[in-house]
Ligand binder design. Structure first.
Ligand code: CP
Ligand code: NVA
Length: 319
């Protein structure tokens, strides 16, 4: 069995903690130059959807670990002319050493993992975005720790997510928060209730449910240590744009919410942001915002995820 990272819960809390220690080390050592963790390895990065941060950070990250990144737009592959995912995965397994995939259905990353024999990393699906949620927990840990960053600093912190509470970011953040004892509150309109999908994800992972959903922004923001939002129109939902902008309008993150939040609360956003929609310009660019630290950390955390998987798979192959 080859280990992959398709869901936030594919690592245990102890393993995710090791990933964060490694990410911290990579961040400190970046200027020391290229590493040899992926020496002789070629990693395929396949994109079925657009990307700026994920593509750049994985491409740079694989290079910095000593490997060769090969970026592919799914439209350029024979996949787009009817070759099956299964056969594409089998072929890639003969050439490459790992895959990073951004796509629509979660089943596609699962099929790549089942058929390629390679470690596969989920770089966003309609269901989850675990590389982003891990990066966000890591970033929170950096801000909340006194002294060396440590995951204990996440325990009991109130994390409030506003807007599309039935999207990949809301689900992934609630799961990753569950690994670290974060008190997660998802706040959005009742039409966007996360329970049906999220409770199943918790159950499948045998993780005790560790979030609550509310439609009341003041209740969610009160005393919060982190206020988080994501776009109201996720990739693939463009046809619902007008309706979403209307239904989600009461859940904009703005100065009003920071009046009731903890005075040192962080504002976080996975980006790209739509200023004036899910977040006001003042909050996005204001003193609480840590969006660029968050974005930078994608590189360090993903290098750690790749490296951790490679190390675990070497151990499994030896056993
Ligand atoms: N946050 C994030 O995944 O950004 P990109 O869509 O630019 O990769
Ligand atoms: N929910 C967003 C996240 C983008 C990083 C989307 O899927 O488009």
């Amino acid at each position: 069995m080859v280990r992959s990272f398709l869901k936030d819960t594919d690592f245990t809390t102890a393993e995710a903690t090791e990933v964060f220690s490694l990410a911290h080390r990579y961040k400190k050592l970046r200027s020391a130059g290229r590493l040899d963790v992926l020496q002789g390895q070629s990693w395929g990065l396949i994109f079925f959807k657009k990307s700026t941060r994920t593509r750049l950070s994985f491409e740079a990250g694989v290079y910095e670990l000593g490997g060769h990144p090969m970026v592919m737009n799914a439209n350029d592959l024979q996949l787009s002319r009817g070759e099956t995912v299964e056969d594409t995965a089998r072929i890639m397994g003969r050439f490459l050493h790992g895959l990073v995939i951004r796509t629509f259905e979660q089943e596609i990353v699962e099929k790549f993992a089942e058929n390629s024999g390679l470690p596969v990393i989920n770089a966003l699906t309609d269901l989850l975005h675990p590389c982003q949620s891990y990066t966000d927990m890591f970033t929170m840990m950096e801000f909340f720790s006194t002294g060396e960053p440590n995951v204990e600093s996440l325990k009991g912190k109130k994390f409030a997510f506003f807007g599309d509470t039935a999207c990949n970011m809301a689900y992934s953040l609630a799961l990753a928060g569950g690994l670290f004892g974060v008190e997660t509150v998802l706040c959005g309109p009742k039409e966007f209730a996360p329970e049906p999908v999220l409770d199943k994800l918790y159950k499948d992972a045998k993780l005790p449910k560790n979030y609550r959903f509310t439609t009341d922004p003041e209740d969610a923001a009160k005393g919060a240590n982190v206020i988080y939002t994501d776009v109201w129109v996720s990739m693939g939902k463009e046809e619902e744009k007008a309706e979403r902008l209307n239904t989600l309008a009461p859940y904009q993150v703005n100065e009003k919410l920071f009046k009731v939040a903890d005075k040192n609360a962080l504002f976080m956003h996975c980006l790209p942001a739509h200023s004036g929609e899910e977040v006001s310009e003042g909050v996005l660019r204001g003193k609480h915002s840590v969006i660029f630290d968050q974005a930078e950390n994608r590189l360090h955390v993903q290098k750690a995820i790749v490296s951790y998987l490679v190390q675990k798979n070497r151990e499994l192959a030896r056993a």
